[in-house]
Design a protein around this ligand. Structure first.
Ligand code: ZN
Length: 138
């Protein structure tokens, strides 16, 4: 089944219930296997952060995984990590574990919130853009 469909459905169920029930856990486990375990650990360790910028109201979601902090765009289910770049763009899968972690954290309300002024926006985002090109090194 479509990974993003499962993730969105489960996210909605979790949000309504306020917790991850056994049915949702099972679906996540079956669909994402190892990625769900990784995402679950990140959520438990409160490694998902929502940056809210004032006064613009812009928000950025960041997830700290094995290789540092990555930016996740929840609307487009996009992530800045290399796993997303190589495997998701390559069509092997649809979401990386950062995206799963962000979706679960947001649904559960289990994340850190940081308010920042708009002046900090480029400081925060500059580490994710441009994407480091590692594969081109010969
Ligand atoms: Zn990722």
């Amino acid at each position: 089944m479509d990974e993003t469909v499962v993730l969105k459905q489960v996210r909605k169920d979790i949000h309504q219930a306020g917790t991850i029930g056994d049915t949702e856990k099972q679906r996540l486990q079956e669909t994402f296997t190892k990625r769900y375990s990784q995402a679950s650990t990140i959520v438990d360790e409160q490694k998902v952060t929502k940056y809210a910028f004032k006064p613009s109201g812009r928000t950025i979601w960041a997830v700290t995984g094995k290789h540092g902090e990555q930016q996740v765009l929840p609307e487009s289910l996009y992530c800045t990590c290399s796993d997303y770049y190589y495997r998701v763009m390559g069509g092997k899968k649809q979401v990386c574990y950062h995206i799963i972690a962000q979706q679960l954290a947001e649904a559960l309300g289990k994340y850190q919130s940081t308010d920042l002024s708009d002046a900090k926006y480029s400081d925060i985002t500059s580490k994710w853009t441009p994407r480091p090109v590692q594969a081109d090194q010969s």
